[in-house]
Design a protein around this ligand. Structure first.
Ligand code: NAP
Length: 269
């Protein structure tokens, strides 16, 4: 039973992903009735966004935007805002914040869970070249094609800037800034994408190689199907590992169960 005298437990979600938005919606649903009839919330949910995207999709609950100032800043934030649980639901490639979260949670003695959707798995018909960094992806490209569909995001374009002999179709949420490849066309879009749409893109732009991070997202998986059908090779950048010792949930539902278990164990003590 929740203790009426205790303030609602505070969950901080490190966000910027669909999973983070879904988790916030599951934990902090909008009250269905008029505000005066709304029940006392059992949880206070805050989502933190890095502030990289100009017009982010805002999650349910409270939102804060911007960096914390390294692991020390995050640890301070956890203490000052009396956070009871920290959920790292950032993108699988947001490596720095995930390491900061592990350090800060240990310092502030706050339980931490990472939410990581499963990665993509190649199926028969795929021609995947798996690499571990954007530099390796760039090094692999000249041997694979000349017209590249680059979907690794605007932040890493500098790694491809020296490839003057290749043409790039770059898809990103916001417009990229230099340095970037000299021969490129930019497509501003954030998905979700359809197989039909991806097929048309590959055909219209005569793409002969695709570069992607293994984000594992359903919303962006259609390009892999389209590439398989068209016989287009795919350079897949593998994910960095989750920091040592951090438990992992595959999705928002599992994360919500972890929180329930955590708080009911604390209640019974
Ligand atoms: P990163 O390299 O791991 O983090 C760099 C710095 O950005 C961190 O040290 C932290 O600054 C700040 N930061 C990152 N995520 C934050 C968050 N959720 N709330 C507050 N500060 C945050 O991160 P990134 O790869 O640039 O990604 C930034 C954000 O975009 C993440 O939230 C991620 O979920 C989202 N995203 C990333 C990708 C990707 O491919 N990397 C794709 C889609 C969405 P301080 O040290 O000052 O705290």
């Amino acid at each position: 039973m929740p203790d009426a005298a205790r303030p609602p437990r505070h969950v901080l979600i490190l966000g910027g992903t669909t999973e983070a938005r879904r988790l916030a919606a599951a934990l902090a649903p909008e009250p269905a009735g008029a505000p005066e009839h709304a029940p006392e919330p059992a949880l206070r949910v805050t989502t933190s966004l890095a502030g990289r995207v100009a017009a982010p999709r805002l999650p349910a609950g409270e939102v804060r935007i911007g960096g914390f100032g390294g692991p020390e800043g995050l640890a301070r934030w956890l203490r000052e805002h009396a956070v009871d649980a920290l959920i790292d639901a950032t993108h699988p490639f947001a490596d720095t914040i995930s390491h900061n979260a592990a350090l800060a949670a240990a310092t502030a003695h706050v339980p931490l869970l990472a939410v990581r959707r499963p990665g993509w798995v190649p199926v028969p018909g795929d021609t995947w070249h798996q690499v571990t960094s954007l530099d390796e992806a760039a090094a692999a490209l000249p041997a694979l094609g000349t017209r590249v569909f680059l979907t690794t995001g605007r932040m890493g374009l500098a790694h491809f800037a020296h490839l003057t002999g290749l043409w790039f179709l770059v898809r990103s949420v916001d417009a990229p800034e230099p340095p970037h490849p000299p021969r490129m066309e930019v497509l501003l879009d954030r998905g979700p994408f359809t197989v039909e749409g991806e097929r048309a893109l590959l055909r219209t732009h005569r793409i002969d190689v695709l570069v992607t991070k293994d984000s594992g997202a359903a919303a962006t998986a259609a390009k892999l199907t389209a590439a398989r059908e068209a016989g287009v090779p795919v350079v897949v950048v593998r994910r960095p590992p989750v920091p040592d010792g951090v438990p992992v949930a595959e999705g928002p539902q599992e994360a919500a169960e972890w929180l329930r278990g955590l708080f009911s164990a604390a209640d019974s003590h």
